[in-house]
Design a protein around this ligand. Structure first.
Ligand code: ADP
Length: 298
């Protein structure tokens, strides 16, 4: 059924994105726990009349309905969207361990076997979105990879586009340090841009910090332009085989091939030996989830 603002009770703050608060809520009619996110509306987008803005917001909600067709164990389930007091809200599956970004900042770097499972699942998610829906995620980063204590790993916040969304919603795909060289250069890009972002994300999670430039201790000291120039012009230093297995190091390097035409697709990476090892390894992600939960003090 449709979701209404008055049917929810707030339970907790989950985090703050650039849109506003993400809250853990309960949907009383179904008793279901959900994560409810405010979508960031670009208020600078033209001098849209109030009435027109309202119509556009309703249109955005309609365009988001495509998310109801995404059914995959590797994609965060969408429950619905609605407009309330001028804001657009999106309700989705609550993932009780939150994002990988939040996890590694609290607990430190993530061990390679867990990253193997995460890689397998993220690839499945990307392959599903692309093969079933022709959706390129466009915003793969640790912040958009969510985990739960059942050991599930799922993608959220992917790039649904439509006329109203494009005109009203600030593309959550602005400049970012996960952008591939071809995107920075304004060239055409495809699903291999997601592969690049996966490579950067894995490096970050493995090292417990944003991976480059190597000499800069503090990435925030680097200007955005310097960062983008680095991505376009410099080779991203590979992970060290002192700390990681050669298949993992090779996998990440394959993701970070600068030439988009030479970079593998998610389906091709699915055959990579790191992925094959990780699949047969059967890392117990549920047990990992329980440990993480304990360490987070949840
Ligand atoms: P943004 O991408 O705009 O920064 P987010 O979607 O990341 O905003 O929301 C901020 C934080 O809220 C995330 O880092 C994550 O910890 C938490 N969060 C978002 N969605 C969920 C969810 N479905 N379940 C649990 N926590 C979530």
């Amino acid at each position: 059924g449709d979701l209404h603002a008055s049917d929810f009770d707030d339970l907790a703050d989950l985090g703050h994105g650039n849109g506003g608060a993400v809250k853990k809520v309960i949907h009383r009619p179904t008793g279901r726990i959900m994560a409810r996110k405010t979508l960031f509306i670009d208020r600078t987008a033209g001098n849209v009349l109030e009435a027109e803005a309202e119509r556009l917001k309703k249109q955005v909600v309609l365009e988001l309905q495509i998310l109801h067709q995404c059914h995959s164990p590797y994609i965060v389930t969408f429950y619905g969207a609605f407009v309330h007091q001028g804001e657009i809200f999106i309700c989705m599956e609550h993932m009780d361990l939150g994002s990988l970004d939040h996890l590694y900042r609290k607990l430190g770097h993530i061990e390679e076997p867990a990253l193997g499972k995460i890689t397998v699942d993220v690839l499945e998610g990307l392959i599903y979105l692309y093969l079933q829906h022709r959706i390129v995620h466009r915003d793969v980063k640790p912040n958009n990879i969510l985990v739960n204590t059942a050991g599930e790993v799922k993608l959220c916040d992917f790039g649904v586009s439509g006329e109203a969304i494009n005109s009203l919603v600030k593309t959550f795909v602005g400049t970012s340090q996960y952008m591939s060289p071809e995107r920075i250069l304004g060239l055409e890009y495809s699903v291999t841009a997601d592969v690049w972002a996966l490579g950067i994300s894995l490096m970050e999670l493995a090292m417990g910090r944003f991976p480059f430039p190597p000499e800069a201790e503090d990435v925030s000291k680097l200007s955005v332009v310097d960062m983008l120039q680095f991505i376009v012009n410099e080779d991203i230093p590979p992970l060290s085989t002192d700390h990681f297995t050669p298949p993992f190091v090779d996998f990440v390097s394959a993701c970070l091939i600068k030439d988009a035409r030479k970079r593998p697709t998610p389906s091709q990476l699915n055959q990579h030996k790191f992925v094959e090892f990780s699949r047969v390894n059967h890392f117990d992600m549920a047990e990992w989830g329980q440990k993480v939960k304990f360490r987070l003090g949840k």
